[in-house]
Design a protein around this ligand. Structure first.
Ligand SMILES: [Zn+2]
Length: 146
């Protein structure tokens, strides 16, 4: 699915139904999916990739295989590569991997903070100096919404 699809109610409804079926049943509705997509700001929750240009998937932050719930609060938009790399890993493990790769999305930072892990300490210990350019105002990630 592409970010622009949020305008297409039929696509959203089909995607929600497929998502619920893959999860073995569930109540994710078209509007839930719409809110999830809009709240993402068009960015992958794990790496910040611009999802307006690439296909994305809906990721269970705590994987279903690890007892994660099939509820909106456990869902995040992810780019295809992130969803494949994460697979059934624990979210904190994948957040640590992303932090080491220099990814500091709101979700990564929230997961690290929730586990008492300091991203700055990790950066000092494991990261080479960042070569990524500073974010411009246009690239600011959207504020995390509870
Ligand atoms: Zn990603």
């Amino acid at each position: 699915m592409r970010y622009d699809d949020f305008l297409d109610a039929d696509s959203l409804a089909r995607y929600a139904a497929a998502l619920n079926q893959r999860a073995g049943g569930g109540q994710i509705q078209l509007d839930d999916l719409r809110h999830l997509i809009l709240d993402s700001g068009g960015r992958c929750a794990w790496c910040g990739a611009d999802l307006r240009r690439v296909d994305f998937e809906v990721d269970h932050v705590q994987p279903l295989a690890r007892g994660g719930a099939h509820v909106l609060a456990n869902l995040a938009l992810a780019c295809w590569p992130c969803n494949r790399q994460k697979a059934a890993k624990s979210p904190i493990q994948f957040a640590q991997e992303q932090a080491v790769r220099g990814q500091r999305t709101p979700l990564v930072l929230r997961l690290l903070a929730a586990h008492g892990l300091d991203v700055l300490t990790q950066r000092t210990l494991f990261d080479p100096p960042s070569s990524s350019p500073p974010l411009s105002d246009d690239d600011e990630p959207p504020p995390y919404r509870w």
